[in-house]
Design a protein around this ligand. Sequence first.
Ligand SMILES: *Cc1c(COP(=O)(O)O)cnc(C)c1O
Length: 482
Amino acid sequence: MSPEEFREHGKRVIDWIADYLAGIESHPVRSQLKPGQVRAALPPSPPERGEPFDNVLADLDRVLLPGVTHWQHPNFFAYFPANASGPAILGDLLSAGLGVQGMLWATSPACTELETVVVDWLAELLGLPEQWRTDARGGGVIEDSASSGSLAALLAALHRAGRGDRNTVYVSSQTHSSLEKAAKIAGISAEGVRAVDVDPATLAMRPEHLEALLAQDSADGATPSMVCATIGTTSTTAIDPVRRIGEICREFGVWLHVDAAYAGVAAVCDELRWINDGVAEYADSYVTDPHKWLLTNFDCTVLWVADRAPLIEALSVVPEYLRNAASETGEVIDYRDWQIPLGRRFRALKLWAVLRWYGAAGLREHIRDGVALAAEFAAMVRADEEFTLLPHHPFGLVCFRPLWRGLSDDVADEATGAMLQRLNDSGDLYLSHTRVGGRMLLRMAIGAPLTGRDHVHAAWRRILAEHRELRAELTAASRMCR
Ligand SMILES: *Cc1c(COP(=O)(O)O)cnc(C)c1O
């Protein structure tokens, strides 16, 4: 593709993206395709001769788009948001254009140094400790996902603790599954992953139980290696008591990892800084995902460590072919030593573009909009006597369910599931679900950049209508049974 051809097709691609985002509401939120439909519409073998780029765009419209679930749709309320934004898309495109592989400082100094600048900037924006800045003992690094960031943190923690016969890791039933997976990858046995109880009302980790498990395991000769506390759990955005957990970790000399993948970025707002209480004093590592709620296209996770030495010692391997003068001086950072893979994309560009385009004020406004809309939605659910909701946390997620009075718990949960399926099949909106105390709950996660007040109110009306209809059907069916 010559530069002239690239220019021509590139302009068309940018137009395509702009049109797509401008017209996104014309699509059903969740793809309506059945398994195998996309594959069946594509040739089984690659072309022998090159084709015009227009053919790719035509198939994008014809074959792929129906198989796309529209995460940027304003009625996408499932999982957590995966924000995209103009500056992030353009930053990512520039990264693709440069085609840099930034494994070492020497393989592209700007890739490394810009990353250092943006992770330090973000630490400042989130009010994270000075000690985590790269010019102090700590430092941040951009990883592909919180899962990888937590795995890297676990390897650092195991390095510091020393490998014993029995390394143990402490999570709760609400901890993200990536921690269990990280333990598996790190060769920790299933019994070595210790489940700390949660408070049944708040779903937050119970520090007394953590303390008891640590005392017991230490006495039994295990090597407690890492505790993971979560700020904003995936299921319900519960918040573990980080300060108290940190005091216990200090007492036992155990690494404290804080998983704030979704909620951590909310700390750009002063009024939400309290979520990080205890982090500065006690956390050894911390992850948050600008690729969820901070307007930065996937993938972009930031992992910070309070002390970078154990991370680098755990992950640094230097083969002859990567030796270079800059690395030998020790004056530069080689981020390959801070992550699992060797190679790395120039991800800092998109985060830099986002931070510059929106500024701190713009980021705060985005988070505040989501928080306010979620609070408004929670208030509507609370006011309806046919519904109940979990205690609402100050982020973008509301967990709720219809009460289905008169139905047994099992039948009620089936009805909630049926209602969810109908809503999602309709393509009008997309919600996900969770289970708490055995009961099925709907998750309404607000935070897509295009979601406004009208979308949230329309979603609630749509949910009410589906509930009314299903309720009527259930009543008719139970009359027939009698
Ligand atoms: C989403 C989430 C993760 C996983 O994040 P990825 O970046 O997709 O790996 C981990 N922990 C929590 C609390 C999350 O919400």
